[in-house]
Ligand binder design. Structure first.
Ligand SMILES: Nc1ncnc2c1ncn2[C@@H]1O[C@H](COP(=O)(O)OP(=O)(O)OP(=O)(O)O)[C@@H](O)[C@H]1O
Length: 373
């Protein structure tokens, strides 16, 4: 039966006491549920790999505790933690057959031969490699996707308590990556091993994870399901990291009611944003950001109530939907809008003057902090 993994005020400082210490994890505290597929997501350098390697015992944490169930694993040496790990590079042994690559963890544990054969066969079936096992070539004779399956089989064969996946799909092409992420989810659900999956690709994390943690500069910014993070991002950083968020610099006019009245700077357009949609406690006169996802904005060839004028920079037909990028002001990045193919506006072309409006009941309000990724 799998168990939960808990982090309690975990700190990691590289080069502690040196001239240039790096505080890679700052008071990280959260719990991963038993059998959960949990993604660690964030930009380069946010601390994802450090947290994963600390869980495996490959890095020593500077302070705090890590638990598997009730067991404090913080100071247990790596080889006693019973953790399976899959690396970006797969790290297969080219001089060994596939069978021996997968069997490696059992051989180290001195498992008898007939048990090794049984376990390897079982796990190879689970990852969909039974045919390759019959041929049993060297792993270098396999495709990227097959090598990935061998790496997963090797990590699962000795029934680890926790499975750690460090950017496991980074070396695969885009199509295979999408296929293998579904495979990883299928295999993880079949084994029910508590799993941590590190990626910097938000689409991958949203597709794979039961829940996600978004990290920035060693801090956990928010934890939730894909839907929670997309629909209720806690701040501008998460809003812009999980999906796309357009921001409009605004000023608070009044915050005394149950909505915050704001005006877009230089445009004279006002909105009353219900406090339930405000991720900031802004007061009158404060600078804030109105946030609108691409599907929460409207584009029109004719003026709209409360709209901003701009020029269509680019129109992209992306299958079931169309993406417009509209330049409002050349000094800031274009506003992105997405509409269903069914609502295609045939009278709008690249270079045209257009009007961008807002779905007022959808937009939200943020503090400017963390806007830049
Ligand atoms: N061995 C080390 N010595 C010193 N600093 C390190 C070491 N390893 C990582 N760091 C620093 O710690 C911070 C977190 O790094 P980490 O590799 O955990 O981030 P990451 O989110 O996994 O990034 P990436 O997606 O680029 O792999 C970074 O500032 C990094 O430069």
């Amino acid at each position: 039966m799998s168990n939960n993994v808990t982090y309690e005020n975990v700190n990691k400082i590289y080069g502690e006491g040196s001239k240039n210490p790096v505080h890679a994890l700052k008071d990280v505290s959260f719990t991963i549920n038993p059998g959960e597929l949990f993604c660690l997501l964030g930009p380069s350098g946010c601390g994802k790999t450090t947290l994963l390697r600390s869980t495996a015992g490959l890095e020593e944490i500077s302070s705090g505790k890590m638990y598997y169930g009730d067991v404090d694993i913080s100071t247990i040496p790596p080889y006693k933690r019973n953790i399976g790990m899959v690396f970006q590079s797969f790290a297969l042994y080219p001089h060994m057959s596939i069978f021996e690559n997968v069997a490696y963890g059992l051989r180290v544990r001195k498992v008898p031969n007939d048990e090794v054969k049984k376990k390897v066969t079982q796990v190879m079936e689970l990852v969909g490699l039974q045919e390759e096992l019959k041929r049993n070539p060297s792993p270098t004779a396999l495709s990227g996707g097959q090598q990935q399956r061998v790496a997963i089989a090797r990590a699962l064969v000795y029934d680890p308590d926790i499975l750690l996946l460090d950017e496991p799909l980074a070396n695969l092409d885009a199509k295979l990556r999408r296929y293998m992420r579904a495979e990883i989810r299928r295999i993880q659900k079949a084994t029910n091993i508590t799993t941590i999956f590190v990626t910097h690709d938000q689409e991958e994390a949203m597709a794979v994870g039961d829940r996600l943690a978004v990290l920035r500069k060693g801090i956990v910014e928010q934890i939730g399901t894909s839907d929670e993070l997309y629909n209720e991002p806690k701040n501008a950083f998460v809003a812009n990291f999980i999906g796309k968020m357009n921001f409009f610099e605004s000023t608070v006019i009044d915050s005394s009611k149950d909505s915050i009245d704001v005006e877009i700077k230089g445009k004279g357009i006002r909105f009353a944003i219900p406090k339930a949609k405000c991720r900031t406690q802004a007061k009158k006169g404060d600078s804030v950001l109105i946030g609108g996802r691409p599907e929460q904005l409207i584009v029109s060839a004719a003026p709209l109530n409360k709209c901003i004028e701009g020029n269509v920079h680019i129109i992209q037909h992306l299958g079931s939907f169309i993406r417009y990028e509209v330049t409002i002001d050349s000094s800031i990045s274009p506003v992105a809008l997405e509409i269903d193919m069914d609502s295609l506006q045939k009278d709008i072309h690249e270079g045209d003057r257009v009007y961008v409006g807002f779905k007022e009941d959808k937009i939200s309000l943020f503090s400017p902090e963390g806007r830049e990724l």
